[in-house]
Design a protein around this ligand. Sequence first.
Ligand SMILES: [Fe+2]
Length: 295
Amino acid sequence: MSSLLLPASDLGELATPLLVFGGPYSNLEATRALRRVADALKIPPEQCLCTGDVVAYCADPVDTVREIRDWGIPVVMGNCEESLAEGATDCGCGFTEGTVCDRLSQQWFNYASARIEEDDRRWMAGLPRRLLFSVNGLRVMVIHGGVRQINRFLFASQSDADFHEELAGVQADIILAGHCGIPFTRRIGSQLWHNAGVIGLPANDGSSDTWYSLIESAGLGQLRITYRHLKYDVATAANKMADAELTGGYNEALITGLWPSLDVLPEQEKRATGQPMRFAEVLWQAPVSLQHNLW
Ligand SMILES: [Fe+2]
């Protein structure tokens, strides 16, 4: 793995609240539902952060990209955007060849790649691989998979050593990450790793609802993070997938909340299949000793 951090763009200082989400996954109904949530909460576009993979499993790649672009929110490049921008032949998720994940991803990738137009590929190519910003006195980094590798899977059950390796030389207080599809938050020494989950596919928890998070001020230098369910028109999204012959199993997953393949999951996450997820509110304050000079 490269020791170099992925290139970054700096958003400067952001206000709270922040709405954080990953993986729209070509799910237009979920994307529009979340935009309505942001509107209802009066959260401006610059405070809505997407951790990438705008395009993936579902039936509306073009309209989902257009919805996100029209919304005008900050988005980090996911491996799906990277692959589509490069004209690659697969999604770049890093699935092992011949696995169910590999076979199913080929189905949606071919479907999406045949429809995404040049202008949207250029938009994808121009997306930053890391975003940096300050909020409430804390420094935040937004990534897709890992800080050095766009498609690194990092799940809640992985060892502290995996996260320490990932965070070596990273002086952000909070890392907002995506890619793995299952929400979790981990304290790693003096830093916080927060994965808001994805809105375009359930979290393999037996619910058709998907996940996003809200980050609010809890006083100077402190943030409160809460997970929220996203309810949206699941039936329409699933029916569109059936009509598009995207019937490899992710169409049913929208309804059942259960993934068609567990290939990428560590054992702990596999055992949690179908179990409802509950999250305590996270209150975060970075140690005052943390220096912010090594972005
Ligand atoms: Fe991804």
